[in-house]
Design a protein around this ligand. Structure first.
Ligand code: 2P0
Length: 319
């Protein structure tokens, strides 16, 4: 059976940064995200008894990726199957945007591979499985606002929608900033932080409060609370990186420029906030009615083609 699944990427409002269990990918803190419509991955999986290993192609090019093979072994275990598979993955993310993410990749792979293997997992179990590929993929099984409950083990660490089809017109403007700095993977970066940052304990403690506040903001349609908590969570995460030993940072000069511009707009009473992940791009959180004005302002500093707008998007599905 050949199955294709589509899953969208997500941006965390309250960030996941650090693992309690490296093998099972159990996070140290819960997180909340927004799934986005414009950035997604389509993955087709077909099991073939003639194969002697899994064949993985990303955007038409064959790749050797031990993480994919390891993930496929989990699927084979679940399906009690020994056959290898052909995996074709296409990332629908604007070229060179640096937004391609393991979140959409493993969410799409979890759904396509289990379906192709004849399994029909619940979305909760798909979320648990996607988690084994990459932490942020746990959340991409669902659309809209999503919470990943940190849990304590494989059974209890999964995501759940907070508002899957939200009518709140929240937008993200991704400001694409191309970094030439040596990239530190999320996996390695967060490991270094958990081991060495003197502030890590406070991160875990304050993340609990951030989760409560961001859920309250979503429920009450309180945009400034949502933005304040999200921006603060991102900045705390980046402060952890700067306090690790050795310290590191994902900031580029243009990232700071973008953040200052958003702060300037905010001082002019334009409601907008920023967040940043494990790379130099800045993502602006705003409401739809302000997108055009914010884009106009940002285009004074950044090329228009580097400003990408996304809206809340759906969860993973077969196509
Ligand atoms: C997040 N990030 O909550 C955080 C914030 C980036 C910054 O999850 O090691 O690819 O595969 O679990 O999920 C990106 O890290 O890391 C991420 P692994 P992942 O979205």
């Amino acid at each position: 059976m050949k199955k294709t699944a589509r899953a969208h990427t997500n941006i965390a409002l309250v960030k996941y940064w650090g693992k309690a269990d490296e093998e099972l990918i159990i996070p140290m803190n819960g997180s909340v995200s927004l799934t986005l419509d414009h950035f997604y991955t389509d993955t087709t999986v077909e099991f073939d008894p003639a194969l002697t290993e899994d064949i993985f192609c990303l955007d038409g090019k064959q790749k050797h990726d031990p993480k994919v093979a390891k993930f496929m072994n989990l699927v084979r275990n679940l399906a009690k199957k020994e056959t290898f598979a052909r995996i074709d993955s296409i990332n629908h993310v604007p070229t060179a945007a640096g937004l391609a993410s393991s979140a959409s990749a493993y969410a799409a792979l979890a759904l396509s591979a289990t379906s192709a293997a004849g399994l029909n997992l619940t979305r909760k179990d798909l979320s648990r499985l996607a988690r084994r590929g990459s932490g942020s993929a746990t959340r991409s099984i669902f659309g809209g606002f999503v919470e990943w409950h940190k849990g304590t083990d494989d059974l209890t660490s999964f995501a759940e929608p907070i508002e899957e089809e939200t009518d709140w017109e929240i937008c993200m403007i991704a400001i694409v900033i191309n970094g030439h700095e040596k990239k530190i993977s999320s996996r390695h970066g967060m490991q270094q932080v958990v081991k060495t940052s003197p502030y890590y304990h406070e991160w875990v403690k304050t993340a609990e409060e951030d989760l409560k506040l961001v859920k309250q903001a979503i429920k009450n349609r309180d945009f400034s609370l949502l933005g304040e908590v999200s921006e603060a969570s991102a900045m705390k995460m980046h402060a952890l990186n700067m306090s690790a030993k050795p310290h590191f940072s994902y900031f580029m000069p243009e990232s700071i420029l973008a953040m200052q511009k958003i702060e300037e707009l905010r001082s002019q009473n334009i409601p907008c906030y920023y967040t940043m992940d494990a790379g130099p791009n800045v993502k602006v959180i705003c409401e739809k009615q302000n997108v055009a004005f914010i884009i106009d302002e940002l285009s004074k500093l950044f090329a228009k083609e580097n400003l990408l707008v996304a809206n809340p998007g759906p969860g993973a599905r077969l196509i």
